[in-house]
Design a binder for this molecule. Structure first.
Ligand code: DPP
Ligand code: ZN
Length: 891
């Protein structure tokens, strides 16, 4: 497929003001009648012929076409499966009526209208609407939709679409019935949705700040209704929060959510009718983990928040995807921070960023948050657009302050409501509302790659000055563009000997401190805008350790000239919780990196005992909530370490080094850590709240060290874990125990796997976890197990959740097995991608991204991975989705 370029954007010749859709639902032959009110945007001089009207299609079968009720003759139009052309449209506004026939049952791509488990569902973002009818399938064509659907009452009692239900009833003289939905808000085609089937539901009500009563519904498979309660609660909290924090009220009489089991993505924000992958709706103590609760809450909020950031104000074109996604992720992160612990949420998000976005930004698939070209838009629903996009909004708030940010948001909502806009429009609102020049700040949207910031510092005791030298470096990315320095906000403090932040009298250097030199939390704020910058703080009364990038104030790599002593000090003393965690992580990273080099050159790794003590101390520190301490006990991931090594990586040695460090900390400190976890008050009944969840997480983090210590001594320390597996009263504990048993290869692991399967054999979402646990078992042998699991009757290549849990987990979450030295892991994945591509290209191309970091590997593995990729690239008939990823990955 051709490359689409931002610079080629131009509006359509015609506007489509209303869309009336009529669906005669049938599993294999659904008839779709679309009546479009079309008019020329800019009337042409009366004599001149109107330009042709060209609409998008994708695999469509045209049955009939009319203009203003008149059947067209064959020479007046041309219809191929992928395009409809009306050669000479009338000058006056006209109605174009198009009848197509589609086959939902055999729509395995799960884009457009499809049917799974007997339920009709749609997924139209980004370009699925064109698989339903011919249309201007692009986000800047906004129309008012009225949708009528008709189906047999038996088997299809529920019929939903966007907006409000305005009519329904039996179809005379038949066993069929119909429903008509009307959405008064003009919207782009990607937000259209329809759901029809035999579904259970729960209902509730929300009264908005201005008194509008909204009926809320969540629909799911029969028998799963009770598992929707938490999602309903999260929805109501989201609705309230958006009123309180962003001043945004809901605008329709109805808000419905549908949970479906076959869904490519997480969820979809269709106006008034959100459609969800059921894993982000269904949750209870027996079938969902603490993490699942948090995800349900976050995704429910995310899709709801899109109502304003996405639906009421949408994107002009798909290059602007981050306009809605980055901003909406930022909003859902803020919501979760308010619902739970802010530092814990921030740390989790940064772990996610380092796990998913930094590697993308450092590899062949790197792209700016606002890209300028794409071959396949489906491939741009990336961590960069979403997570780095959210980081930009967070920085904007930091740089402008809370009030400035809110003023900009208010202006954005007021000015662009009902519009389809660009990132420039968004940024302009903040510039205008605050009078700030955001030109340099905007580079965050346009330059790919993670900036590297270096910091060195000196203290002059006599002069009482502390000098900081800062520099930024922007890496080269696949676009090879020369880069300008970015505006990097660095929250910081100067930590004095007693752990309190020292003040200073004045600062020498460019006007580099944020407005008042402080961020919204009262921390110092440096705006690093040049390539290099020197700052001298005067009147610093004692020697201080700079604590920089507090709260992870910018998505950068920071290299500071801090000694291990400095880091131990910060890990103990920093008033910024994030940097306490980060200091300990930095020490662990240093330890693993140097251990890796030693092991790689045939030596035996040794570690600093102070590190083990620091871990114990943090575990014991009850100033922090248990969730924070649990996070602080986790070592940097193998993938994170591989990214830092960056060259000739041997994943087996990475794994070994990381295990060795865990064993070392365990031997020295497991007892203290386990005792600390035990001292937490016992939990009454299971509750998914952050405090309870944190205590469970702390216990398992402690056991991990106990087991690691046992292993280092050659003993099986799995007794408690086995007991916990047997006596667990909730899935969180049962699964955490299973994971430890399997990943640490402890006695009883296979019996536990069998028991778990038995218990949950009728629950696909829990079985996904069973597949994932096994797919992540370290070691070369796991490949065989994964291959065998693809034959398990509970596995299906047709269901995205199954494929993700087994195959993507293997490719993205198991470095030692996927990167087997013989390359068999790569060939397994490449074959899976090729097979899957025939039925579901979106899922196949997501699997293909597992290869994105192959160039970091040592030459043997690199060669194997490249061979697997080349073999894939040579396959005939690859989808655009997969071809695009493979070609870019090979570079
Ligand atoms: N727009 C969806 C989301 O909420 C993805 N398809 O991210
Ligand atoms: Zn979204």
């Amino acid at each position: 497929a051709a490359v689409v370029r931002l610079e080629d954007y131009r509006p359509t010749d015609y506007a489509i003001d209303t869309v009336d859709l009529d669906f005669r639902l049938d599993p294999t032959a659904t008839q779709v009648t679309a009546s479009l009110a079309v008019r020329r945007r800019e009337p042409s001089p009366t004599q001149a012929e109107n330009p042709p009207l060209i609409l998008d299609g994708d695999g469509l079968k045209l049955k009939q076409v009319f203009v203003d009720g008149r059947t067209l003759s064959a020479d007046e139009y041309e219809a191929t499966p992928n395009r409809f052309t009306l050669h000479t449209p009338p000058h006056e506004p006209f109605t174009l009526k198009i009848v197509t026939e589609i086959d939902p049952e055999n729509n395995t791509a799960l884009m457009g209208l499809y049917r799974s488990s007997g339920v009709y569902t749609t997924q139209c973002e980004a370009e699925g609407f064109r698989r339903i009818t011919y249309f201007y399938d692009r986000p800047d064509v906004l129309a008012v939709y009225t949708v009528r659907m008709e189906a047999p009452r038996a088997g299809t009692p529920v019929m939903l679409s966007n907006g409000n239900l305005i009519q329904s009833g039996p179809v005379d003289g038949s066993d069929r019935h119909y429903a008509v939905w009307h959405d008064p808000f003009p919207k782009p085609s990607y937000l259209f949705a329809l759901v029809a089937g035999d579904l259970g539901s729960i209902h509730d009500e929300f009264v908005t700040a201005s008194g509008r009563r909204v009926r809320l519904g969540i629909f799911c498979e029969h028998g799963k209704e009770e598992r929707c309660r938490y999602a309903m609660d999260a929805l109501k909290r989201s609705m309230r929060w958006d009123e309180e924090v962003f001043g945004r009220e809901y605008d329709l009489d109805v808000f419905n959510i549908v949970a479906v089991s076959d869904f490519n993505m997480g969820a979809m924000e269709n106006k008034g009718l959100n459609v969800f992958n059921d894993k982000y709706v269904l949750v209870d103590a027996e079938t969902g983990t603490d993490m699942d609760y948090a995800h349900v809450e976050g995704v429910i909020a995310h899709e709801y928040f899109h109502n304003w950031t996405g639906d009421r104000i949408t994107c002009r074109d798909w290059f602007q995807l981050c306009l809605k996604e980055g901003l909406t992720v930022f909003r859902d992160q803020e919501f979760s921070s308010d619902m739970r612990s802010r530092p814990v949420k921030r740390i989790s998000d940064v772990i996610g960023l380092r796990q998913a976005q930094f590697p993308e930004d450092a590899g062949p698939l790197a792209h700016p948050v606002r890209p300028t070209a794409y071959r396949e838009i489906n491939n741009f629903y990336t961590a960069t657009v979403y997570e780095k996009g959210a980081e930009i909004c967070r920085m904007l708030k930091l740089v402008l302050g809370d009030e400035g940010f809110r003023a900009g948001m208010d202006l954005y909502f007021e000015r662009h409501d009902g519009g389809a806009v660009t990132i420039e429009d968004f940024i302009e609102c903040f510039a205008e509302a605050t009078g700030r020049d955001l030109t340099q700040f905007s580079l965050w949207y346009h330059q790919a790659g993670t900036p590297k910031v270096t910091l060195s510092h000196t203290y002059d005791e006599k002069a009482e000055t502390l000098s900081l030298s800062l520099a930024q470096e922007l890496p080269r990315t696949p676009d090879n563009k020369p880069k300008e320095p970015q505006l990097i906000p660095l929250s910081f403090g100067l930590v004095g000997p007693d752990g309190q932040d020292l003040s200073w009298e004045d600062v020498d250097g460019p006007a580099a401190l944020g407005e008042a030199g402080k961020d919204a939390l009262g921390r110092g704020l440096i705006l690093l805008s040049d390539k290099e910058m020197n700052l001298t703080f005067r009147g610093v009364r004692a020697e201080a350790v700079p604590s920089v990038l507090r709260g992870f104030s910018a998505p950068v790599h920071l290299e500071a000239d801090l000694t291990d002593d400095d880091l131990f000090f910060l890990a103990r003393q920093d008033t910024d919780a994030f940097n306490r965690w980060e200091a300990l992580q930095s020490l662990a990273r240093r330890a693993i990196l140097s251990g890796y080099q030693t092991l790689a050159s045939g030596g035996a790794a040794s570690f600093d005992p102070r590190l083990a003590a620091a871990f114990a101390e943090l575990a014991e520190n009850t100033d922090f909530d248990p969730a924070f301490r649990a996070l602080a006990l986790a070592l940097p991931s193998e993938n994170e370490i591989a990214q830092l090594i960056a060259k000739d990586v041997d994943p087996d040695i990475v794994y070994e080094t990381r295990q060795a460090l865990a064993g070392f900390i365990g031997e020295k400190s497991a007892e203290r850590i386990v005792e600390a976890a035990k001292r937490e008050p016992a939990m009454p009944a299971y509750s998914p709240d952050a405090d309870n969840a944190g205590r469970r997480a702390l216990t398992f983090a402690a056991w991990r060290y106990q087991i690691a210590a046992g292993k280092a001594r050659g003993q099986d320390e799995g007794t408690q874990v086995r007991r916990s597996f047997e006596t667990a009263t909730n899935l969180t504990e049962r699964l955490a125990a299973l994971r430890l048993l399997v990943h640490e290869n402890l006695t009883g692991s296979s019996a536990a796997l069998d028991a778990f399967f038995e218990r949950y054999s009728d629950n696909p979402l829990v079985l996904d976890k069973w597949f994932a646990v096994q797919a992540m078992q370290p070691g070369h042998e796991t490949l065989k197990k994964v291959e065998a699991l693809t034959q398990n009757p509970a596995f299906s290549w047709k269901t995205p959740n199954r494929v993700y849990s087994l195959v993507r987990t293997f490719g993205a979450g198991n470095p030692t097995a996927f990167n087997r030295p013989d390359g068999a892991g790569y060939h397994f994945l490449a074959n899976a991608i090729a097979d899957l591509d025939k039925s579901n290209p979106s899922v196949a191309s997501r699997l293909a991204t597992c290869f994105r970091s192959y160039r970091l590997l040592e030459p043997g593995r690199r060669t194997h991975a490249e061979a697997a990729l080349r073999a894939l690239a040579d396959r005939p008939d690859l989808s655009t989705d997969v071809a695009d990823i493979v070609i870019r990955t090979l570079g």
